[in-house]
Design a protein around this ligand. Structure first.
Ligand SMILES: [Zn+2]
Length: 267
């Protein structure tokens, strides 16, 4: 049996994260490995999918689920017959809890609305499990320069009963504020949804998607290929929004991650 002894290096960025963050893992082998020897790894019990960026460069964007236990996690990277062990520290983080009082009809949905919301949640889920070729290019950028009004991970308790975790981040934005694509990709959804109102989803490849909600207007069409920084729509307050703002969500392999951690990544 032939031995495939590829020497390789592993780069981890950043070396410390908090739950909800995304990190980058890069494997550089000393020669082009056979496809059977492409690197594999696992983080927090989940397989890491590497993407062949160039001949001997493999990259993976890895989500740290908000429920990941804070500790030093071991990542074993294997390529060919060799393995390397690296450690990533998941630091504890206390997400804010907010108590909100709303009219009861805004908290409890009627049967029709509930049906629609559930149907749309299923539709969104089907997109986020897709894994297409990399379309993003370099660092991610913020969709608008307006201030952030609500950060990622805030736990909301509505009328003392229903709780929800804020799965994205909100930017202030008067109706008509131009919204930019955070990176290059393709529009996979352009629709009017119950919670999100006018919503766009951009597939950036490698299982990474950005989601833009409550828009007043769309400036792109479905299936359109778009470039980083392109104006894709205008902020508004369509759907379940109490005022005009942009809700930006980032999904990585079906998991909500903090858009800020993606913007900070030196890609
Ligand atoms: Zn939001």
């Amino acid at each position: 049996m032939p031995l495939h002894l590829y020497a390789f290096n592993v780069e981890l960025k950043p070396v410390e994260v908090v739950p909800g963050d995304v990190f980058l893992l890069k494997v550089i082998t000393d020669k082009n490995p056979a496809s059977s020897d492409f690197p594999t790894a696992e983080f927090a019990g989940k397989k890491i999918d590497f993407y062949q960026d160039t001949d001997n460069h493999f990259i993976a964007l890895v989500p740290v689920d908000i429920d990941t236990s804070p500790k030093k996690h071991i990542i074993t990277v294997t390529s060919g017959e060799k393995e390397k062990i690296i450690r990533i520290r998941v630091k504890p983080y206390k997400f804010l809890t907010k108590k909100i009082t709303l009219p009861e009809e805004k908290v409890i949905l009627g049967p029709e609305d509930l049906k629609r919301a559930e149907r749309e949640a299923g539709l969104l889920k089907s997109f986020f499990s897709q894994n297409t070729a990399r379309a993003w290019d370099g660092r991610f950028i913020t969709p608008t320069d307006t201030p952030v009004s609500e950060v990622f991970g805030v736990k909301r308790i509505m009328n003392g009963e229903k709780t929800s975790v804020h799965g994205g981040m909100d930017y202030k934005g008067e109706t008509g504020t131009p919204i930019k694509a955070v990176n290059s990709g393709r529009v996979v959804l352009k629709d009017e949804l119950f919670f999100g109102g006018n919503t766009l989803i951009i597939d950036h490849g490698m299982g990474l998607f950005s989601v833009y909600m409550h828009l007043s207007e769309f400036r792109v069409s479905k299936d359109e290929k778009i470039l980083k920084g392109q104006i894709i729509g205008l902020a508004g307050m369509t759907g379940r929004a109490t005022g005009p703002h942009l809700h930006l969500g980032v999904k990585l392999q079906g998991i909500n991650v903090n858009p800020l951690s993606l913007f900070k990544l030196d890609l």
